[in-house]
Design a protein around this ligand. Sequence first.
Ligand code: GDP
Ligand code: MG
Length: 661
Amino acid sequence: MRKDVRILLVGEPKVGKTSLIMSLVSEEFPQVVPYRAEEITIPADVTPERVPTHIVDYSEAEQTDEQLSSEISKANVICIVYAVNNKKSIEKVTSHWIPLINDNTDKDSRVPVILVGNKSDLVEHSSMETILPVMNQYTEIETCVECSAKNLKNISELFYYAQKAVLHPTGPLYCPEEKQMKPACIKALTRIFKVSDLDNDGILNDNELNFFQRTCFNAPLVSQALEDVKNVVRKNVIDGVCDNGLTLKGFLFLHTLFIQRGRHETTWTVLRRFGYDDDLELHQDYLFPLTLKVPPDCTTELNHNAYLFLQSVFDKHDKDRDCALSPEELKDLFDVFPYMPWGPDVNNTVCTNDEGWITYQGYLSQWTLTTYLDVQRCLEYLGYLGYSIISEQESQAVAITVTRDKKIDLQKKQTQRSVFRCNVFGDSGSGKSGFLQAFLGRNLTRQNTVSEEHMSYYAISTAYVYGQEKYLLLHEVFPDFDVLSDTDLACDIVCLVYDASNPHSFEYCARVFKQYFMDTKTPCMMIAAKSDLQEAKQLYALTPLEFCRKHKMPPPQAFTCNTADAPCKDIYTKLTTMAMHPHARLRCMCTCNRCTFCHLQNFINSELVQTVKAKLYTAILSRYVTQADLKSSTFWLRVSAGATVFAVLGFAMYRVLLKQR
Ligand code: GDP
Ligand code: MG
């Protein structure tokens, strides 16, 4: 909202400018007035729109042309005053004052003008007949008003209109020539309609209308008022009301009506509530709230409420309920954005279904990724979706959890984070991309169908660690040593990938490790990729196994994505586990069946635990969930509660096992 409003009065001498100002201030007609009134400031709390208002007089006798020009350019709104009984003063409006104002103001941001016919007490007839054609000719004329300083008629109104012309300009909203709203206004209102249409059926039903009303005007509509509104629309537009709810057509009609009746502040209230500024762009403060501070060594994640909101957005657009977004559904979802935020690479960053469409899980993963990598962008996107409005929060920033400093996590040997970053290093051709894509469940055959320019350097999906769902973010690092940045090196776990069939491949991993990670606390894991091919002896002083032993790493993990079905995902669970417990030195990722880790893994996978787990889930599910609302928010909530129970159980077992040893 603006800081203040500056109103300038101009016009021929003796039309009553000074008298108008004095009448407003003293609420009586002054018999004697100076040439020019002092500038006055009306404090915010006594003006109708609660904005401090300066009123500035002009007098030809006391001011130069330069002073006048300067005042015109400083003004937010200009009242051209004429006397209704003085023809010459009316003629001068078009012959002198409007051109003068136009010369002194920017073409693109014309100040609104109000035509004021003073001394209405002296004539019987109105000057409107002469004035209306002028109004139609000049679009910068916001309105016209007849008044009398002597009778105190329409004086407050005049200053209210002036204030309103600044605070709620019609210019950006409405085109008087075409008698309809401007495209930018229609676009903004269409977006608002879509955001408010919570079930995405193209109709605002009573619930949605009430929510909308409460959001914008802090009061629900009483049911009679709701009916009245619908009746007005019914009478005036075909298809304006459908199934007893307001269609987009009806919604736009209502706003056109508000504006035409001079109640455009209503439309402005709606627009501003949904984050729009005076140019009908979404406000920077709305899209990029400054309240969020992310210290180094902290990461950004979405909180539970934000996931619930995103889930509801998914549900509302997954019309065929196949738990995936078809290209049309995705387009519809992003219709409230000024641009399409997700390119084809997203389909290769997250899980998709057989048709290559982003699944529910993939959709949440992508949001998680954006939040992690670029929280500002995430806030911007949430702003387009209307997160803060729909979830009745102060700003988008409340959607974000800034995690605890990683150093504290390490100290306390536990973490509350749910996203872990794994940077994947390896020489070109070593199989990094295959390793990333396999995490999304894609074997080599499937990967080969993806075109090069749609490939992604990220892959994100979930892994279960002790029954808790965590996100693992894989990032493929460009193999050129010289361009490694700090973010390439900062991560929770490092994967070093070499091509087991290429004798020259391992050396790169050894070099990266020695140069960058040998002296850090970041856990590292060696991956022997392409294990389906004939293994080659690596041309390096130590064998990969010896190298790993020497540097206290787990032995190289054989990996292949050249499988008939989806590649095995165990390795990603291991990586996530290691990322979560870097202190635990669960470095033995073997299958030796002797160490604690293996015991634990075996125990968790044992039939007994699986049965318990299954029973636990069934119990939780059957208690809270019916088949029909499997995708509803409660489901998500209960399952995460279930996961927590299971995690606690998992830790208890782990402790028991440790004791036994
Ligand atoms: P300015 O030169 O435009 O500032 O005009 P003034 O305020 O000095 O007024 C010029 C003359 O018009 C004064 O004699 C006022 O008393 C008179 N006057 C101003 N407003 C009205 C009005 O509404 N009705 C009548 N009858 N006289 C007015
Ligand atoms: Mg004067």
